[in-house]
Design a binder for this molecule. Structure first.
Ligand SMILES: Nc1ncnc2c1ncn2[C@@H]1O[C@H](COP(=O)(O)OP(=O)(O)OP(=O)(O)O)[C@@H](O)[C@H]1O
Length: 341
């Protein structure tokens, strides 16, 4: 189990972001997996094209790294419309949103990443903008304040969120279509990796690809980053990008056979060895591993639930019997803490 001091396996740097951008599929047909979402989006975009109107507003929901930003870019490219990028944390006042909305070109696609983190006052402005392509701007203060309506150019909002449950219903209801992105299965991840290897001109064995696909948390972003680490490993050690290189690189970067990273293991470690498998509240878990509750809930837990190591119950988070087996921990081998941190 982790001692919490290991190297962060997947650092985000300028180079990583540039690398990610270079591997982004540009069309729906290049976008691997998620067949249901692809089919739904294709229909929506085609119908809009036939009627020569802006596509309906689209909400993309799912854990990080599954392709939400990529799909927003594809929506713009496939519909031949310009794309404006923004994010919830950048919209802290209604005025920030008004500035973006009032400068949109007709038919532009507005992508708001992490839309659940936008200011409440901006959310309310967005309701009207999405429905009527209009906003009300407050001019003046106090008793003399008046609201001036401003017509907007028709646009399509593409919102992305890792926490769709946090969006208020009136906002969620104004999206014509919500796509729920799922973790990718191994065969789709192998296709993501084969495509990336081709683009990187990397000669990699099929067993190496299969090994990475099984250890990337069902997430294309992680698959591509691990591929890069394997390429580094092969380069430095003067070997081919083969199974040995994958095992060597993933051991070095602390990625376990299930693909769990440092934070995943820290959460399971606390749950199993300090709370005897739970139930433990989310806040307690977050404090214990020194992370934000939101990160645990939206980044760590979905994958642990998906692979059957953790369940969420009304009383808190609980480790499953297979988690005890996987980590070789005996139930009841305390001493344990109680959930009163
Ligand atoms: N279906 C896919 N096929 C091929 N590559 C993909 C696919 N989905 C994602 N990727 C790759 O994964 C990387 C991360 O995708 P993206 O940035 O779209 O994820 P995201 O869901 O927007 O993440 P976040 O929520 O953290 O912003 C991209 O660079 C892209 O190369």
């Amino acid at each position: 189990m982790t001692d919490g001091s290991s190297v962060q396996p997947l650092p985000e740097s300028e180079a990583e972001l540039a690398f990610e951008g270079a591997l982004r599929p540009a069309t729906l047909s290049e976008f691997v997996g998620q067949p249901k979402v692809r089919g739904q989006l294709e229909l929506l975009l085609r119908a809009a094209a036939i009627q020569n109107r802006t596509p309906d507003h689209i909400l993309l929901a799912g854990p990080p790294g599954l392709g939400k930003t990529t799909l927003a870019m594809i929506v713009a490219a496939e519909s031949g419309r310009p794309l404006r990028l923004s994010s919830g944390p950048a919209i802290q006042h209604a005025g920030d949103l008004a500035a973006v909305l009032s400068s949109l070109l007709p038919g532009e696609i507005l992508f708001i990443d992490e839309i659940h983190r936008m200011a409440r006052s901006a959310e309310e402005m967005l309701y009207l903008a999405m429905e009527d392509f209009r906003i009300d701007i407050m001019v003046g203060k106090g008793a003399g304040a008046t609201s001036v309506p401003l017509d907007l150019a028709p646009f399509t909002l593409v919102g992305a969120t890792t926490r769709s449950g946090l969006l208020p219903n009136p906002l969620r209801d104004r999206f014509g279509f919500t796509a729920h992105l799922e973790f990718y299965d191994a065969s789709d991840l192998e296709r993501v990796l084969a495509r990336a290897a081709l683009l990187l001109d990397l000669d990699i064995s099929s067993s190496a690809i299969a090994e990475i696909a099984g250890r990337c948390r069902g997430t294309p972003r992680i698959a591509n980053r691990l591929l890069r680490r394997v390429r580094d490993f092969a380069l430095v050690h003067g070997t081919g990008a083969d199974l040995e290189a994958v095992r060597g690189a993933l051991e070095l970067y602390d990625v376990d056979p299930l693909g769990l990273d440092r934070l995943d293991r820290a959460v399971m470690d606390i749950l199993l060895t300090r709370f005897d498998g739970g139930p433990v509240g989310l806040g307690t878990l977050a404090v214990s591993v020194g992370e934000e509750a939101e990160t645990i809930e939206s980044v760590v837990e979905p994958f642990l639930v998906r692979i059957g190591l953790l369940t969420r119950t009304p009383r808190g988070r609980v480790a499953t019997p297979s988690a005890f087996r996987h980590f070789g921990v005996e139930r009841g081998s305390g001493p344990f803490l109680t959930d009163d941190l």
